[in-house]
Write a protein of this length. Structure first.
Length: 326
């Protein structure tokens, strides 16, 4: 169902996505046999490819897809893949999209080095294409993603994340990369600053909505659909918007009790207790309304673009982000 919906959304750039796939495969090639082996394994995993989809649609809606657009899409997907490989090492994850993780098969050292290789390949593509504006954007994004991750780690230890800090974290950790996709796409297709700025905002808003929806799924999702156990964030002591809002609705002593449960969370019903607490205090409804507000903001910035199949696809992508089940 999810793949069918994304296939439908990507119809206006079907041939461009096929070209991207070929260029992406070529971008990971190396004379080192182990790198090629891991690269082929990564390609087999085939994620949603939302990021290159955004780059190509942003370019098409702003003027048209060019060779520079393809370089930008490949560069962004290499960066994203590198972060996933590194994240699995940090999280000690065994699986990714139903496949064994790189670190599980090849061990941590190889996984870290493969992530470094993918990142360096992305940067080299920008340098070789003399896309220094892309390089400026992408290096700032890497910095923001690292800062967001480290801020979350520090705040998670103290369990003191408020709403303002939460939005700062997800803006840097998640939205920054989708923002980059849209920036790079528009920049590769047009010199019109208003198009560039509109697509930057679109990426930011859809990125925030995407992450809030992800956080909601941790409380209400189906394990077989989303591919991770419900309550995974709670077990990792991550305080996300549904819980932040719920904690604000109760007296301080009750909030302190809930935080104590999270701090000592185990498999004996504590996760269910937190999920019930959030549901009772309308945390999921509040988070859903907030995600919808950001999706409406994303829709509104598209009004400056001419009505085309690519613009419709971007609008459909906003709906997909809000309605998705994984």
């Amino acid at each position: 169902m999810i793949k069918n919906k994304l296939a439908e959304i990507s119809l206006p750039i079907k041939s461009e996505l096929e070209r991207f796939e070929e260029l992406f495969k070529q971008s990971m090639k190396s004379n080192v046999t182990l790198i090629d082996l891991i690269a082929r394994y990564i390609i087999r995993q085939k994620g949603k490819k939302i990021r290159p989809l955004l780059v190509l649609l942003a370019a098409k809606v702003a003027g048209g897809v060019s060779e520079r657009t393809y370089r930008g899409a490949v560069m962004v997907e290499l960066l994203h893949t590198a972060t996933l490989v590194h994240d699995d090492v940090v999280d000690n994850a065994d699986k990714r999209r139903g496949f064994w993780s790189i670190n599980k098969i090849f061990k941590n050292k190889v996984a870290v080095l493969m992530g470094d290789y993918l990142l360096s390949r992305g940067l080299l593509i920008a340098i070789q294409g003399k896309d220094f504006d892309f390089l400026d954007i992408i290096t700032t994004t890497v910095k923001r993603m690292s800062e967001g991750e480290l801020l979350q780690i520090r705040k998670t230890r103290k369990l003191d994340i408020d709403e303002e800090t939460y939005f700062r974290i997800i803006s840097d950790k998640t939205a920054s990369l989708l923002e980059t996709c849209c920036q790079i796409g528009a920049l590769s297709a047009s010199s019109d600053e208003k198009y560039y700025e509109a697509m930057r905002k679109f990426g930011e808003y859809i990125g925030i909505a995407f992450q809030i929806r992800d956080d909601i799924l941790d409380y209400e999702g189906n394990t077989s659909i989303i591919g991770k156990p419900v309550g995974g964030d709670i077990k990792e002591k991550k305080i996300t918007l549904p819980l932040i809002y719920s904690l604000q609705q109760v007296p301080k002593n009750e909030a302190a009790k809930i935080k104590k449960i999270i701090k000592n969370v185990d498999k004996n019903g504590s996760v269910e207790e937190i999920i019930d607490f959030v549901k009772r205090n309308n945390g999921l409804n509040y988070a859903s309304e907030t995600a919808s507000a950001y999706s409406k903001k994303a829709m509104s910035v598209l009004t400056i673009f001419p009505d085309t199949p690519s613009k419709t696809a971007l609008q459909d992508l906003v709906d997909f982000v809000i309605d998705r089940k994984n």
